[in-house]
Each structure stands twice: as C-alpha cells, then as structure tokens.
Design a protein around this ligand. Structure first.
Ligand SMILES: [Zn+2]
Length: 44
C-alpha cells in the first residue's frame, strides 16, 4: 500500500491553506484563492 501524498496550496496573499485539488486556476494559470475567490498572481 502506498501513501497518497496530498499537495497543499498556500495562498501568498492571505495565507490560507487548502488541498491543491480544491484550487482552480484562472486563464493566466494563476491559482485562485478559495477564500478570496480571486487569483493570487502578481497582478491580483
Ligand atoms: Zn488567499
């Protein structure tokens, strides 16, 4: 049996952590914060 390692996303804006499977990406492929509901890229 193998352990399944779940990648974790940490928002650079507010520090929220969430399983990476929760994370959506915007059209520029920046991760979208599940708290803000907006991208966390340099232009956000
Ligand atoms: Zn955030």
């Amino acid at each position: 049996m193998a352990l399944v390692e779940t990648a974790t996303f940490e928002c650079g804006g507010c520090g929220t952590c969430a399983p990476s499977t929760w994370i959506d990406y915007d059209r520029l492929l920046y991760p979208v914060c599940p708290e803000y509901g907006r991208a966390t890229g340099p232009l956000a």
